[in-house]
Write a protein of this length. Structure first.
Length: 257
């Protein structure tokens, strides 16, 4: 097995590498978001650990990228020093599979075991339906009112991210990082063009069709849904609540049944 970790704490990375080595698990450590995003485009990891000690914004953007990328589905566990209920809930809603104390290596190992076992019993969700809008992941196709609308891969990635978070504000930086892998000025300009095309293709300029894509001036975008539309499919795949493995469970089982 092969894991990735995003952290600027070399000591933590070394401790985790040593811990998982006895289970024949390799850990690739990355200190910046750009490096791990580039790696994840060519390497399939079994699990990703995100250190939120000093990379909260990066970890959040990385979770968004994972959620909207049609080809990538890997458990993500947040390592943090803040384990309040609100913090944990925010990370789970952002797309994390679990949240655990970054100071407890044994507990991290335990939660990794839980995440991998859950994954073995999870069914990947590749479809979102909100009212007359149906998004099929992997085909870059959206059905709107029974009519198929073809989107480019990036248009579909943006649509998937927005429809996975109806009613929630998404910053420009979050979207560009999720779709382009960076937040450079060129990506920001391209985002405006893609948003324009999405509004036109999917009829999101007004709420007449039940949904509209609203611009939050100079900040980002928000998909507004009319009250009569309801979400009929769970949007984001594998967003499971954090649970603790029973005390008697075997922590050495880092394999899926």
């Amino acid at each position: 097995m092969r894991f990735a970790i995003l952290t600027d704490d070399s000591v933590l990375a070394q401790k985790l590498a040593k811990y998982f080595e006895k289970y024949s698990i390799t850990i690739d450590a990355y200190c910046t978001e750009l490096l791990i995003l580039r790696a994840m485009r060519t390497i399939t990891y079994d699990l990703v650990l995100l250190d939120a000690k000093s990379t909260v914004g990066l970890a959040s953007s990385l979770l968004s990228w994972r959620s909207c990328n049609a080809d990538f589905y890997t458990p993500a566990i947040i390592l943090t020093s803040l384990l309040t209920w609100n913090v944990m809930q925010d990370w789970i809603e952002a797309g994390a599979h679990d949240v655990v104390s970054r100071a407890d290596i044994d507990q991290i190992g335990l939660r990794v075991c839980v995440a991998l076992r859950r994954l073995a019993h999870c069914t990947r969700v590749d479809r979102i339906q909100i009212g007359d809008y149906v998004l099929n992941r992997g085909s870059d196709m959206v059905t709107c009112g029974g009519i198929d609308v073809s989107l480019t891969p990036r248009e579909f990635s943006i649509a998937w991210l927005l429809f996975s978070n109806p009613g929630k504000f998404l910053s420009r930086s979050q979207i560009t990082t999720s779709v382009w892998g960076n937040s450079e000025e060129v990506a920001a300009r391209s985002l405006e063009q893609h948003i324009y095309k999405l509004r036109k293709k999917l009829g999101l300029s007004s709420t007449a069709a039940g949904a509209s894509l609203r611009t939050v001036y100079a900040l980002g975008y928000k998909l507004e849904i009319s009250p009569d539309l309801r979400q009929t499919e769970k949007s984001a795949p594998g967003q499971l609540p954090a649970t603790v493995l029973a005390e008697g469970e075997d922590r050495a089982m880092f394999v899926t049944p």
